[in-house]
Unconditional design. Structure first.
Length: 245
């Protein structure tokens, strides 16, 4: 390993025993919001703002000296990143090219400013409420507000120290406050993490692709490896380095 790598886990009641199996070259920091953990190897946070609050808390806390690469993960990453352990091994070995920013996951999808494509239909939104991306983006200074947002669902990604430091600490402090006070802010951040770090995290071959793009088979959709082979080859042939905005 040639760089310092940190895994930041946003936990709330998930079983994080899997963290014990990460490569020895990666140090783990677990933040727990369950209020139930009595171990000394986690830091306890109030149960607000979902994973976005946890990630931003860590960035503010470590702003002066972030790891060369930080991997941000929810407490149960495997639904969104089934090969998460393999990804961590590749990062530790230096065989996975990260650049400034890299989304982790196997689906590339799009949502609009009101969440009409995804958020209104998501499992945790039983009442089908809209997503206020207009208010969210303006609060962060992202104007004009895009008509749509292309991202990897799940809020798992890797970011470099240089990319983190492109923004001021005060920006992240403002974002942290937003994550705790604006309803559904975590879903706004989920759609914008690459922009937060000054990057376009979508690999170039997929920036004008018909969405969603699947990079792994999805049994419930009847997608096999043969169905996703072309997407997989495009993803692997891409440099996967985010372009600066």
């Amino acid at each position: 390993m040639t760089e310092e790598i940190e895994l930041v886990v946003a936990r709330c009641r998930e079983d994080t025993a899997w963290v014990k199996r990460i490569p020895p070259g990666i140090r783990a920091t677990i933040y727990d919001k369950s209020g139930e953990s009595d171990t000394e190897d986690v830091e306890r946070l109030p149960n607000i703002g979902r994973e976005a609050h946890t990630y931003l808390y860590h960035i503010v806390r470590c702003y002066e000296n972030p790891a060369a690469l930080t991997v941000f993960s929810q407490g149960k990453p495997f639904d969104h990143v089934p090969d998460f352990h393999r990804v961590l091994r590749q990062v530790a070995a230096g065989t996975l090219r990260v650049g400034a920013f890299r989304w982790l996951g196997f689906i590339i999808d799009r949502d609009d400013r009101k969440g009409s494509l995804l958020f209104r239909h998501c499992r945790g939104n039983g009442e089908g409420r809209a997503l206020g991306m207009d208010e969210f983006c303006r609060a962060l200074g992202r104007v004009p507000v895009p008509e749509s947002f292309v991202f990897y669902p799940g809020a798992h990604f890797i970011v470099s120290a240089d990319a983190i430091r492109r923004r001021s600490r005060s920006f992240y402090e403002k974002a942290l406050d937003l994550s705790a006070t604006l309803p559904d802010a975590a879903h706004g951040f989920e759609r914008c993490w690459d922009w937060i770090f000054g990057a376009d995290g979508i690999p170039p071959p997929f920036r004008n692709a018909e969405l969603p793009v699947y990079l792994r088979p999805v049994r419930r959709l009847g997608l096999t490896w043969a169905d996703v082979a072309a997407n997989r080859r495009l993803a692997e042939s891409s440099s996967n380095e985010a372009c600066l905005t």
